[in-house]
Ligand binder design. Structure first.
Ligand code: SF4
Ligand code: SF4
Length: 471
């Protein structure tokens, strides 16, 4: 029985409710008055229910699909302006006891070399990331109670926060580790993590069982209820996502929306971020073995509808996607992207990129400098901001400021200051030139004259050598 407030997976992700929703969406996909009323509701930026979002995604009327895309762009602009936050993944270990059939780290893959970074190796990787200009990392590990216990994760977080190379600094460590206990989540919270990220992969229980035949992750309920335990452990910034292509996208889309509604209703805070990865080739993984691949056009539609349905939630896209697709989804709602990523363990320091240990192949292999320049040429303002978590603006407090629109007063100035730091410390001459011109225009656009003056003063302070100024 569907119950959005229940802490039981089978009740807040109720299969019957998803199937009814899909039926409702398919029987209303050409219902113009209904779809227009949903678009009208979405334009008020109060969000949509999973049923409404499902109808929008199923809609086949060309002009209404087009209106959905335009509305997503408008909402994106209203909440995020032209800012795009940058981050990089850092793979610490690919030891894993699970049997996920879509991931080359699965326990039975004997071809892939297993690696776990020592603290010294982490230092070298983080220094390399700092030397590119990164300030925000997402650490990634396989699940292995002996090789990757929670103590290893905590020690690694301490190491990362403790490295200060030249003007480099990792100011926010987001964590993507397997579902764990309330006690371990509490330890992660105490270690000062940013967002705890865990992808559901698929919400379809039957399909989930087939995809996860062995290992602790095969327990659907334990995995699906992870965010409830994380919240109990004190974590209030949580990121969710599915791996599109593993199962039918319509089912997973509705599951994702229901999970977001559940978090808001039962945990008091909706998802901080939603990620939209699609399955990619890797060592012994061929995406063609998965018949549910999502074509580009539908993928863009999914991004647009998520933007309309959960306007306050950040949306993340990784280098799994090509430059072409990334360019399109930036307009439709994506607010965070990774740049110059390596998806292998030790990938930032090995001379020749160590493809052998990669979790998936990258579609976008440009350097961070190239990605930053590309974003600026497209009219975006790349941001290395990490201010909220460090100023205690997390969870409910963050959502309140976000919903009131006041977060804009922090995001733009912080984007300007952190981009300035990047330009001063890491940019190539071509990027620096474009960046300085962009910063002039962005400061000019700020309407509040006191804020504008204060920002100009801060920019001068950065030029004189100060760092880490924030609003
Ligand atoms: S997806 Fe995660 S849990 Fe599954 S095999 Fe890969 S690393 Fe292990
Ligand atoms: S001010 Fe907060 S919400 Fe805005 S970019 Fe920085 S960390 Fe993100």
């Amino acid at each position: 029985m569907y119950n959005v407030k229940s802490h039981k997976a089978e009740e807040f992700i109720d299969d019957a409710e998803i199937l009814e929703t899909l039926e409702y969406a398919s029987s209303n996909r050409n219902n113009r008055p209904l779809i227009e009323s949903i678009l009208e509701k979405a334009s008020r930026c109060g969000g949509l229910s999973h049923r409404e979002a499902a109808v929008l995604l199923d809609c086949e009327i060309p002009d209404l699909v087009e209106r959905t895309f335009r509305l997503a762009e408008e909402i994106k602009k209203r909440f995020y302006g032209n800012r795009i936050v940058m981050f990089a993944p850092l793979y610490l270990s690919n030891h894993c006891v699970n049997g996920c059939i879509y991931c080359p780290y699965h326990a039975k893959n004997k071809r892939i070399p297993r690696k776990k970074l020592t603290q010294e190796e982490i230092r070298r990787e983080v220094t390399a990331l700092q030397d590119m200009g990164h300030k925000r990392l997402a650490i990634e590990l396989g699940e292995h109670p002996v090789e990757n216990p929670i103590e290893y994760v905590l020690e690694s977080i301490r190491t990362i926060y403790g490295i200060h190379h030249r003007n480099g600094d990792i100011r926010r460590v987001n964590v993507n580790i397997a579902a764990t206990t309330v006690e371990n989540y509490r330890k992660l919270k105490d270690a000062g993590i940013g967002t705890y990220i865990l992808f559901q992969e698929t919400y379809n229980k039957e399909r989930y069982r087939m995809l996860h035949p062995t290992g602790p992750k095969s327990d659907y309920a334990y995995h699906t209820e992870a965010m409830d335990r994380a919240r109990e452990g004190g974590i209030d910034d949580m990121g969710i996502g599915v791996l599109f292509g593993l199962s039918g996208y319509r089912y997973d889309f509705v599951g994702l929306m229901m999970h977001a509604e559940h978090m808001e209703a039962a945990l008091g805070v909706g998802p901080h971020t939603i990620s939209v990865p699609r399955i990619r080739p890797a060592d012994d993984i061929n995406p063609e073995d998965f018949s549910d691949g999502v074509p580009d056009e539908k993928f863009l539609h999914i991004v647009a509808v998520i933007r309309c349905a959960v306007p306050y939630t950040g949306m993340i896209i990784s280098t799994r996607e090509s430059r072409k697709v990334r360019e399109k989804v930036l307009d439709l709602g994506i607010s965070q992207i990774s740049g110059a990523s390596r998806t292998s363990v030790g990938g930032y320091t090995v001379e020749q990129r160590d493809e052998d240990t990669a979790q998936f192949d990258l579609a976008d292999k440009r350097t961070l400098d190239e990605v930053v320049r590309w974003l600026m040429e497209l009219g975006y303002l790349p941001s290395f901001c990490t201010a909220c978590y460090r100023a205690g603006r997390t969870g409910e407090r963050f959502m309140k400021i976000c919903k009131s629109g006041k977060i804009q007063d922090c995001c733009t100035p912080n984007a300007i200051l952190t981009l300035k730091e990047y330009l001063l410390d890491y940019a190539s001459p071509a990027t620096l030139e474009i960046g300085e011109a962009l910063l002039d225009r962005e400061v000019e656009k700020i309407e509040n004259s006191a804020l504008r003056d204060s920002l100009r003063k801060d920019l001068r302070s950065l030029e004189e050598g100060q760092r880490d100024l924030r609003y």
